[in-house]
Design a protein. Structure first.
Length: 402
């Protein structure tokens, strides 16, 4: 799962570089939506298969904040500094905005929440208005975002807000999944859901992807574990298939809607194997730790090399691409070392103080994963029969517009 996450992050980097790299790997939009599926899987794991957050929703929210904000704020601050040193064009953008738009941008830059909804607003007749698309605006408001790709974190955070109240209930999960799919169908039928930002920035329809990942964890992981005990190399095979698909996505001769649907179904079906693979291979987990900082810092890296090598993106696109990818990986490793790792130690101390084990929210070694998922499966089966689940044992853890 770690290599997959990093490949998806690099898909977004390549897409934002433009030119001939937009159709490498799975593309930016598909990468974002597959991230939603993975997020649904992992959040379901930490909420339902571990005891870290039982009866402690506030602790879950604090944990998510500590995962997202430190690196985001560091990159936002570096971007602010870069704009200050680069001539001030970023600040001039704000000079022509009404106060309501400035406030909206300022709060969303600071809090992340709301950056996704910003894509549905614009400036009309000198005032901030809901226009249905960032394209219907005198000026695109996303140009005022310090980390423009972080709008996806706004979608993620919306899922985090409801996840503790949904994922423990199979009935709520299935009802919301059906409602999200039905809403997407209605928007497509009316034509609204065929154009950006409604295609993949609207949380109520993207919720189905998060919930598909959650179902993958709760329903498919126990079955894949049982089969992996009989065929020990299944996790390696499943992860290999997903990696091959990520490399060959645009080579599949299907209409893009069918191809994208196939990608979501394939990832949801095989994610448990990638999860088991990561629990066996520390290198895969280490590679995966680069995915979030790569995603967050890549616009800054592109900006830096655009200023440093004026014209290189047009004249030597291959060299520019290599430099940006290498720069993203290098800066991500530095961000992990200077920020993410110390914050992780803080999170461990907080969990230890609260009486929870101190491991990361990443896959357990396989025997512990098996115990956790077996317990969850029993609970779901009992809930379906109307009985209370037995007490659980404590376990350890685990664009264009941008």
């Amino acid at each position: 799962m770690g290599m997959l996450r990093t490949l998806l992050a690099l898909s977004v980097v390549l897409d934002h570089l433009g030119g001939g790299t937009t159709d490498w790997l799975v593309g930016g939009r598909m990468a974002v939506q597959l991230f939603y599926v993975i997020s649904g899987f992992l959040i379901s794991y930490v909420l339902t298969a571990t005891d870290h957050y039982q009866g402690a929703v506030g602790r879950f929210y604090a944990n998510r904040a500590l995962r997202l904000y430190p690196i985001y704020l560091a990159v936002a601050a570096l971007t602010l500094l870069a704009h200050a040193l680069g001539g001030g064009a970023f600040w001039r953008f704000y000079e022509h905005l009404p106060f309501a738009a400035e406030l909206f941008l300022g709060l969303s830059n600071l809090l992340i929440l709301g950056q996704d909804w910003l894509m549905f607003f614009g400036i009309e007749h000198g005032a901030l208005a809901f226009t249905g698309s960032f394209a219907h605006s005198d000026v695109p408001l996303y140009q005022g975002l310090l980390v423009p790709q972080a709008w996806t974190l706004g979608v993620e955070m919306s899922f985090y807000l409801i996840a503790p109240f949904v994922l423990h209930s199979p009935r709520r999960l299935l009802v919301l999944l059906a409602a999200s799919l039905a809403l997407r169908a209605v928007l497509i039928a009316t034509g609204i859901g065929l154009s950006d930002p409604w295609t993949y920035r609207f949380f109520p329809t993207e919720l189905a992807l998060f919930l598909a990942g959650s179902l993958s964890h709760q329903v498919l992981l126990p079955r894949w574990q049982a089969w992996a005990r009989r065929f020990p190399r299944l996790p390696e095979l499943g992860t290999g298939l997903l990696l091959l698909y990520a490399l060959a996505h645009f080579s599949i001769g299907l209409p893009h809607t069918l191809r994208d649907g196939l990608a979501v179904l394939l990832f949801a079906a095989l994610l448990p194997l990638a999860f088991l693979f990561q629990s066996r291979h520390r290198l895969d987990q280490a590679i995966g730790e680069l995915s979030y900082p790569i995603y967050i810092c890549h616009a800054l890296v592109i900006l830096f090399f655009t200023w440093l090598l004026d014209g290189a993106q047009r004249q030597q696109p291959a060299l520019f691409t290599v430099l940006v990818v290498a720069g993203c990986i290098g800066l991500s490793a530095l961000l992990n070392s200077l920020i993410a790792d110390p914050v992780e130690r803080l999170r461990r101390r907080l969990r230890a103080r609260d009486g929870a084990p101190g491991a990361r929210d990443t896959p357990l070694p396989e025997p512990a994963v098996a115990r956790a998922t077996a317990t969850r499966t029993t609970g779901m089966a009992d809930a379906a029969r109307g009985r209370a689940a037995p007490p659980r044992r404590a376990v350890g853890t685990i664009r264009r517009a941008p």
